[in-house]
Write a protein that binds this ligand. Sequence first.
Ligand code: ZN
Ligand code: ZN
Ligand code: FE
Length: 765
Amino acid sequence: MAKQKRHHYKITGIIQGVGFRPFLYRLAVDCGLSGFALNSGEGVILEVQGDEKDLEDFSRRLPEEIPPLAEITGLEKREIPTVDEIEFKIIESESGSGGGDILIPPDISTCDNCFNDISEPANRRFQYPFTNCTDCGPRYTIIKDLPYDRHATTMSIFKMCPECEKEYKNPADRRFHAEPNACPVCGPELSLKKWNSESGKFTKFTDRSPLVVAIEALEEGNVLGIKGLGGYHLACDAGNPEAVSALRKRKNRPNRPLAVMSADMPTIEKYALPTEEEKNMLLSSRRPIVFIQKRGESRLAENIAPNNSHYGVMLPYTPLHHLLMKGAYSALVMTSANNSGEPIIKENPEAESKLGGIADFILSHNRDILVRCDDSITRWDGEAFTFLRLSRGWAPNPWKIKSPEPDRLSCGAELKNTFTLVKNDFAFTSGHIGDLEDAKTYDAFIENIEHLKSVLHIKPELIAHDLHPDYLSTRYALEQDSIETAGVQHHHAHILSCMAEHKIDEPVLGLALDGTGYGTDGTIWGGELLIAERDRFERLAHLKPIPLPGGDAAAKEPWRMAVSFIKDAYGDEADAIITRLSEESLLNAPADQVSLIMQMLEKKINSPLTSSAGRLFAAVSAILGIRNIATFEGEAEMSLEYFASRSETTEAWKIELNPKEQQLPTGTLIKYVCESILEGEARERTARKFHNTLVEIMTEVTYINHLKTGIKKVMLSGGVFQNMLILNGIRQKLRKRGLEPFSHREVPTNDAGISLGQAYYIRKR
Ligand code: ZN
Ligand code: ZN
Ligand code: FE
């Protein structure tokens, strides 16, 4: 026998809950090695012993053959003395250890093997909605603590039956240490309740199979609350306009596009036109909502995504979804169940109290959701996928970050809030929390921070926050006693999030086109060109500040912004222009209120100044009579983009920039818009020319400042870059001028990216 050697490994990364130890077992046995693998709070500890050649074989194959969901971020190997042993073993986890270098796996969609299990009548898991294995199933949403073990999940209350336990203990089985392992005998079960308007309660009403009755109810046009992986959805038949409009009415969502789910790709292709890239994304194990171009003669109800060229589509990602798709419908609406601005509902009693009068039925189950997780949303931007929301399938997203300094927390902004925790080389960004405007969302924000802190054993010594004094995230940061805090300007954070994503650590130009963010001068910014580094920035240029009459009310009522922009552009002639626009049935500004607003503007009452690009889009949307009132955040801006996208013109209005002037001439732009539309140009064409002109202005000002600074790298960030015409227009024009634009691929360009930018900023000084 050749001389034996023994190697000790410490492996870190996404290695728990992804079938990593069974993989090590199979590989070690295959290579003829003895030893053990152990989950510890610091990663997987592995020892292998055997002939030198076999050890080499093992070490070479290890990184090459790791399971699909696993990711190794660190591997330390050293030789240690041999011991007496005959086989390879998987040892029970060490609990309560330090934590740190292990990452929490995200929730992963049902794998093909599990899908086969539930589809096979002879299988003991036939039609069982909670089927999973080490390659798939819930993770982040059920994990209470690390190391990841069943007793540390919300599955701990279910005692495995002998058959499940056999699978769980057999290293050769696909369900070896599949922590949420379950079957119809021992696992969670479905329940169905019907809304009873007389008693004002949801009550049990049938002894038939909840699944069968739920499908019938969907086919009949009912609205169902359905408990999913990271929270409740509201669902109805997406081909039934009455059902969709009932859902819209009850949820008070008149226009917002609704996401849909279909059984498979051929069904999606009946109503939409996915490209190859989009198909791959739809089919990926993370299963996000993907924007897909509508097909001309759609089979879906008109009111799914009005004024929109795309649908938000996803494929089933849990066994329950697969089973629900058996009904006679080509797609189901699947929209988060929550009151506007509140976090997605995750608890059963909460669902029953909040969905009364909204859902006709609730299809629920008894596996608790510990952490909320909304569906992720992505779209192809012409060059890559870009995320509008990064949550289920990714959260808690680990970013490799180059500054292993003390543990820290960054609290994000207000709308689309996320937070980020940093430990060692990693920043972990939470899933979507919501709009931090009310107490419920704020509670969820705190709950999520506490959970992630405790699971990852992170004790922040530094906290970063937005400069806005009234954001609840800022207040939270400032209330943490005896922890050092740092404010980060909103648009600086946007640019930093883009730098963090692209691992850039040198001075850059940053174009932040955004809704609103608090500026260092106390006004509201949002159309900014910055020169930025990690810990400082300067404002080089910005859109001309315009009063926001009524403050936040102006965001919800774009016509107010229109009046303000027109007043700024035309001065004393503003009234005449407003009258003409309303005579042409374009701008719909209530006459009595216009004079009130004019007074507010003249006397500067409740009219904070803003250089926001988002508000400029909203104003133009109102001037063109596209959106007067926004029923959801960003509606006016999105509708304007939709109109513009229907014109192919490449024309732009001529606007000269003065290189010495910091303020960009929005007044001239507004005049062009008003004159163009009053001269009878089509709304689509005017909207497109507005886009083209803004692209020219932004490229020009960036180029002027490139000449002044010599900097070529330009970060593009902020909510306005969700607009594909603006993103692609500016990217192309900058490249033509020899500059290097960077846009977001992984971090959302909207305020969901702010917390990562803040995390990139703070270091111990
Ligand atoms: Zn599976
Ligand atoms: Zn069982
Ligand atoms: Fe922002």
